[in-house]
Design a protein around this ligand. Structure first.
Ligand code: HEC
Ligand code: HEC
Length: 300
């Protein structure tokens, strides 16, 4: 059979499945490509960015460092137990090793920082941004900026940015939109949780570990989850993650694992339910949002 019509069909079918999403999906066998935009002028397309395959790391002079960074992001709890309080790896939230738009990707992280962040009320560099996730999302302790581990994680993010010039960004979004005017209904959220989430995340939000104690499904609340200072402890931030990435494995449109099964209301309700369950405190919360009012969904 002639190959061309098949390919066209695959592409057409792919975009049909994803209609309503941010970007048309590439056929599964093609590497995903995205346009670049100038930071100063987001409308000006410069050239195309292709999400690299991990095998391409071998071509880099610092391949060993990049592979170490990749491992640390995937197996953070096991490799850095003194710095991680939660039963969480970085890639428990940064889906598919930070390569998926709307799944908290690291694709633009190397170029995006340093930048003034509303929560900090001052300029934050990439080391501080990563340590913010260590202290809040991982309920743990920061890494020394010059440590081998911190530098390896940054090397992975730099590699992922594929030499995009420092003043440019890839034209993707880190999180999808949800309607923030929706009022959350935690009772409905609890029903959704037990119907759609509990099989993996547990009846008590505790997640599932394998027989060696390694994380299979990360916890959504309790002592081993992210603390109240994490972005995901906020209903609408959590909803924009959940809507586009969860429930993992159940798919009606788009690529496997890309979510988009829940409506905005479903995502807001289930997020309100789990975000407000008991979780560790974050002592540093007193310093947050020094220059502006707290967002309406902050836990403190
Ligand atoms: C519980 C979920 C969770 C975990 C675990 C987590 N993060 Fe994050 N991280 C987030 C969220 C959510 C954001 C985006 C927050 C926002 O919207 O400002 C983020 C943002 C980031 C960013 C900035 C991304 C960008 O381009 O702006 C980096 C870099 C990052 N995290 C690195 C890490 C590293 C490294 C770890 C492990 C030490 C980690 N994260 C663990 C949820 C998490
Ligand atoms: C088939 C299993 C499965 C189901 C069902 C599922 N998840 Fe997840 N979830 C995962 C996995 C796996 C991860 C970690 C990401 C990874 O490893 O790629 C995750 C990560 C998360 C995270 C970020 C990490 C954390 O622990 O906070 C949140 C939040 C989350 N899921 C919420 C939900 C919600 C809400 C539902 C129901 C609507 C749901 N999940 C259903 C498998 C699942």
């Amino acid at each position: 059979m002639n190959k061309l019509p098949l390919t066209l069909l695959a592409v057409a079918f792919g975009s049909l499945l994803l209609s309503g999403c941010d970007k048309p999906a590439p056929a599964a066998h093609q590497p995903a490509q995205y346009n670049l935009v100038q930071l100063e002028d987001p409308n000006e397309d410069i050239k195309v960015y292709t999400i690299p395959q991990d095998t391409a790391i071998l071509d880099e002079p610092n391949a060993e460092q990049i592979f170490y960074g990749k491992r640390l992001l995937n197996e953070t709890k096991r490799l850095l137990p003194d710095h991680v309080g939660a039963a969480m790896n970085c890639n428990s939230c940064h889906i598919a090793q930070g390569k998926i738009p709307l799944g908290d990707p690291y694709i633009n992280s190397y170029n995006f920082y340093p930048r003034v962040m509303p929560r900090a009320g001052k300029e934050v560099n990439l080391v501080q941004r990563i340590n913010g996730c260590f202290q809040r999302s991982m309920n743990g302790k920061p890494l020394p900026p010059e440590s081998e581990e911190m530098q390896a994680m940054i090397a992975y993010m730099k590699w992922l940015s594929q030499n995009v010039p420092k003043e440019q960004l890839v034209d993707i979004r880190n999180a999808g939109a949800v309607d923030e005017s929706l009022v959350a209904d935690p009772v409905r959220g609890e029903q959704i949780y037990y119907a759609q989430c509990a099989t993996c995340h547990g009846d008590n939000g505790e997640g599932i570990k394998d027989s060696r104690g390694d994380i299979v499904f990360p916890p959504l609340w309790g002592d081993e989850s992210f603390n109240i200072g994490a972005g995901l402890a906020r209903t609408y931030k959590a909803a924009s993650f959940v809507k586009y990435n969860m429930p993992m494995g159940i798919q009606v449109k788009g690529l496997w694992g890309h979510g988009n099964v829940l409506s905005d209301q479903d995502a807001v309700d289930v997020s309100e339910f789990f975000a407000h369950k008991p979780r560790p405190d974050f002592p540093g919360k007193v310093n947050d949002w020094p220059t502006m009012p707290k967002p309406k969904d902050a836990r403190y």
